[in-house]
Design a protein around this ligand. Structure first.
Ligand SMILES: [Zn+2]
Length: 143
């Protein structure tokens, strides 16, 4: 799929990740940050669970490593490929552990501790059958 078409596909949900950029910046997961407690959250809550101050929207990272994962081989929901994989990613930037889809084209490469990077692309549908963009972590490309 070319970039112009991809840019016309909406995200499956807004405010959780940045879209593929037009300026070559990597996509990033969006969460919350409490300035008082110096604490990150994902997903972003309205208020900090510790001090009840308002939490601001911020990047929580796009690079990390696989803490744990599983491959799901049963009939997938929402038009996801079969099989598909999900896992917990330890993010470097915020040190959060988040649950996310993993690259369905890289299932054979997945292993605990593997360095991964966030990608955003067309994956599955939005529940009505329309294509949508989803975030997923993929084995980090070597430079
Ligand atoms: Zn706080």
């Amino acid at each position: 799929m070319n970039k112009k078409m991809e840019n016309e596909i909406p995200p499956f949900i807004s405010g959780v990740f940045t879209l593929p950029s037009y300026d070559k910046m990597a996509p990033t997961m969006l969460g919350g940050f409490c300035k008082v407690c110096n604490r990150y959250y994902f997903p972003k809550p309205v208020y900090c669970r510790t001090c009840l101050e308002q939490v601001e929207l911020t990047s929580v990272g796009s690079e990390g490593s696989i803490y744990s994962y599983t491959v799901i081989r049963t009939k997938p929901p929402l038009g996801l490929p079969q099989p598909y994989a999900v896992g917990y990613i330890d993010l470097e930037e915020s040190r959060l552990r988040i649950f996310c889809l993993l690259d369905p084209t890289a299932i054979d490469q997945l292993q605990v501790g593997l360095p991964v990077s966030l990608r955003v692309g067309p994956l599955g549908h939005d529940g009505t059958g329309a294509s949508c963009l989803r975030p997923y972590f993929s084995p980090r490309r070597r430079n």
